[in-house]
Design a binder for this molecule. Sequence first.
Ligand SMILES: [Fe+2]
Ligand SMILES: [Fe+2]
Length: 304
Amino acid sequence: MTILIDQPEFGIEVEEKKVPNSGKELILDGGFVVPHANSFGHNFRDYEAESERQEGVETFYRNNHINQTYDFVKKMREEYGKLDKVEMSIWECCELLNSVVDESDPDLDEPQIEHLLQTAEAIRKDYPNEDWLHLTGLIHDLGKVLLLPRFGELPQWAVVGDTYPVGCAFEESIVHHKYFKENPDYNNPAYNTKFGVYEKGCGLDNVLMSWGHDDYMYLVAKENKTTLPSAGLFIVRYHSFYALHRSGAYKHLMNEEDEENLKWLQIFNKYDLYSKSKVRIDVEKVKPYYLSLIEKYFPAKLRW
Ligand SMILES: [Fe+2]
Ligand SMILES: [Fe+2]
């Protein structure tokens, strides 16, 4: 059974949907969950079913909400900000995700790269001149390599799912908000007010977000000095921040640039969801185009 997290509205429980052609996989935030692998670059399909892969949506968010504290996020940003894990290009990373196929699912024959390319190609069709947005579609989920042993093999709750600010009050529109009561920050007066450690209009750039594939990929792109416009980086960092782009929460932390970039994120999000469809992509055919974009916006090999 595939569980898709339908993006929640305020006060409404997460909807669990059975999707045709699905297997025993938990899919969060419109992306594909990468199964744990036994080694880096080898035997990716050779894995034991991990218990967290079986867990329900509620359990997932309970773990997420209890453990994503201000201190945890700071620690993760410090650790992963070192970028000392791997050197590889964007395309190599796509292939790394691509080599991970869920064998527990006889029907899910689409490699990970198809979600990335489906998103990118769908945007390309409608916004042919915004090549940066095509590339943003390609890279937005690459941070899911955090699930792989070489990248620390982080648990699901620290990689996927909706994201939200830490260091200030958890707003009610965040999915399964009730579980924050068990988060140590919930009762910490430094972190549990509307603004917490932040100031009005400080800009989301200055806000710590719960740790996951979004913030990791943002760090990788930024620290490797990508020439992507700020809207591209904004999309990468906040594409799972549904409390913001679906529910309009946390606007008091935004600055003017964030307001502009949010418009692009809302456009992007439609394509991220749309790409769950079964449109097949001829990878070899589109590869030269994406290689040229990678060359343009990420001229050097990246440190991860
Ligand atoms: Fe995605
Ligand atoms: Fe994602």
